[in-house]
Design a binder for this molecule. Sequence first.
Ligand SMILES: [Zn+2]
Length: 226
Amino acid sequence: MAVTRKKVSCAIFDAPSEMPDNQLPTYADVMKLYNLTKQRLKYELNNKDPPHHNVAEIVITKVEQIWDKASIPHVSHRRVQEMLNKHHKTFMNLLKPYKFRKDSGPYQEKISQFKDESKKLFDICSCKCSFISQCQCEKSRKIPAIERDFQEDQRGPRGMIIAKLQKRYIRKELTQRQKCHKSDIDGISEKQIFVRRFLLRKRKLMLAMTNLITIVGRILINNLES
Ligand SMILES: [Zn+2]
């Protein structure tokens, strides 16, 4: 049985793996981590299948950590559990009679559909408004304005990353102002980010000082004239 399941899990989600921590996880990311966690616990339990709840709890905690890192509010722990349980149940139901159905056309179609659905964001966001810009949620459930582009990207093309928050902002700034290639932006090191932030702050400070000098100058001129 164990051998069959291993083969099957590869057929749907490829090899079990850790979740990427620079993007909000998709259903597939969640299930790959689920399979990996299950394998690890099974090993620790001398090849005994771990209870689903124990595996799910580890995976959910990790998912919530990534959302917290991205500073995007999410639904309750219980609701995340329900979402994972539902997807896991569909996954298991799809696997159970695998051996006898694996060559059937309609069954292959079903698997392919499930795989496509699993590429979507495992969306635990507390805001479910269709248009984030017109969000009517109460404050604790609202996506911070600065994170809205990222959240929309993660629901769609998924071209942005969490990395360090600063990196994302600089990335956005570069994309808008200099129209850099994505590969150029990906290559920015943490040191370069630090330097850019420093230069940005320096520029703001210089601007503030110039304004101050102008104001003082005007006051002095007015005093001399009067
Ligand atoms: Zn909302």
